[in-house]
Design a protein around this ligand. Sequence first.
Ligand SMILES: Nc1nc2c(c(=O)[nH]1)N[C@H]1C(S)=C(S)[C@@H](COP(=O)(O)O)O[C@H]1N2
Ligand SMILES: [Mo]
Length: 505
Amino acid sequence: MEQRSLVTSVAVGVLGVGAALAAGDLVAAFVDADASPFLAVGNTAIDLTPLPLKDFAVRTFGTYDKVVLLSGMGAFLLVAAAIAGVLSRRRPLPGTVLAVLLGLLGVAAVLGRPNFTPLGVLAPVASLIVGVTVFRWLHRLSGTVDTVDGPGRRRFLLGSLGALAGIAVAGVGGRLLVGRVDVAGSRDKVTRMFAGRVPPRIPDGADFARDGTPSFLTPNPQFYRVDTALAVPQLRAEDWSLRVHGLVDRELHLTFADVMAMDLVTRTITMTCVSNEVGGPYVSTANFTGVLLRDLLARAGVRPEADQVLSSSVDGYSAGSPVVDVLDPRRDAMLAVGMNGEALPPEHGFPARLVVPGIYGYASATKWVHDIELTTFAAKRQYWVPRGYSERAPIKTESRIDVPQGLQALPNGKVVVAGIAWAQTRGIAKVEVRMDGGPWQEADLAAGVSAETWRMWRKEYDLKPGTHTVICRATDTTGYTQTTGRVGPIPDGATGLHTIVFTTA
Ligand SMILES: Nc1nc2c(c(=O)[nH]1)N[C@H]1C(S)=C(S)[C@@H](COP(=O)(O)O)O[C@H]1N2
Ligand SMILES: [Mo]
């Protein structure tokens, strides 16, 4: 049998795998956007990644961790496809085996997704069949590439171009079909429903933004974002519904219109991520609009045996919070539909999410929520618990220095040290600053807004030229002062004091 050239054999392998991916995405666009075999394999990889590696990825690549994962998978597939092509220079068997194995990997990943739908299996199956078929077809065509411009070569070139065109059409078509869900239009309608709602008043002087702290309210585009989904779920408010069930007297099924017809409230809440390192960026504040969970759950009637509110997302994520905290009349846990005067942005959970003041986001703040089950901690475990995080996750008292920044070189000795502190549900009583190993000195606090929100602080110094070290620590209204004991985010949040080294001239 004819031995193919290197370029020809690589092209056969790459086009085969490309066709498999495009077919999978196209079929997924029709049956279930989450059944894209490529995305399903990526999501499974995220779920299976050991915690320390996941932590490393988030620390090193930040929000780009998913781009890095997807690019890495793409590069791996490209190399694997090229190798398969080369191994099949004579016979199609090695490439066929690889195409089948990759196809089965896609099937397994889709079957293993927590939000698996039976129709979804069609996508990886189509991917497998198309991949194997296109590979074997191009392989056969390439076997007759005899002379530089003979009819065999022309047939193969035409075949390859045809495959490439097919991949492009299926790939772009799939994207367009997924995009056809008019989320933007649905969001605009919801945003218009909030027109005229007056947000809670934030007193003047609630931040020291002029000195370099964040603004008191975080604009939506700057609000920190943490989630496991590779693709932001595309939901319309009109198609959304919420099921409330489990240990309740009456099961509820609510549409978005049902929720909007209930008493809406707006609360200013500071959210925090358990993955935030000391001094880290995963803390932000917004005006959330929605219904109080205690009102909603009162309609369902919570049975006394229930101790966990387990909420699930359409993407398979889940979070569990203690019933006592969700029903606590002082903390106003919400089913939120609005954020800073508009509908929730898609990446923050449109059309609806939970927000429970005082509990880290992973254990409370399910985005794209569609199911709330009243259950017990003994019976059901939320997404992050089998992955090493705690069942219960109250937010720890913390503080952060925003200015000066680490290793910043300031032109003279007049220095303002400023930052934020938070202890949701308890409130900040004082923040102290220690410069160059001197005594702890109390910082000025900005106007307080509520126990559910962060508190800004600042302190001025006149320093001699040189290198300086500044540390801050917060004390909450229960009298608890932040510990110096340094621990990382796992299992229930980092502790330790934020320290900054800078120089003055
Ligand atoms: N569906 C879903 N909801 C989720 C998450 C997620 O991965 N998926 N992450 C949680 C975590 S860890 C945090 S800290 C908050 C972050 O919310 P934000 O992205 O709106 O800031 O959402 C929570 N809700
Ligand atoms: Mo988080």
